[in-house]
Design a protein around this ligand. Sequence first.
Ligand code: CUA
Length: 170
Amino acid sequence: MKVDIYERIWMWGVAIMLAVFFASTAAAALGSQMHPPSHVETIDPRTALTDPRFRRQGVSVDARGRVHATVVGMMFTWLPNELVLPADTPVTFHLTSPDVIHGYQIVRTNGQAMVVPGYVSQFTTRFAAGDYLVACNEYCGVGHHIMASRLKVVPKSQWQAPAAEAAHVQ
Ligand code: CUA
């Protein structure tokens, strides 16, 4: 079959573009550990604030020594407003919302998840020491632009671990 030279150029162009798109997705997933947050864990948004999983927001350490951050996003604040975390340590975030969809974005890191009422979003990441801004990146209402909080990541040796608890044994 004879394929015109221009046709052939376009075909190769498309094939190369598809290969680049696929490779960049694979590199982000495997190299930078960017994954869509799991949406398999559900919660009743009407009682999210009194649910045992979210009654106490903030940093906790489970019986196996793993660090968890429990955060509620609501119009128009993040609870708690500041988290103090250890550097170079995996931290698992658990997020939910009692009202509308918010977006938890730890600026300049790969930590990001949609926060959807009815679901618990979860991701695990680690940080270098420093201060990080958390922004809401999902339009949620008139106060969307003021919905921000902070992460303070301190060297592991200076970090004060809260008392271990069994809330997040999974
Ligand atoms: Cu919450 Cu935008």
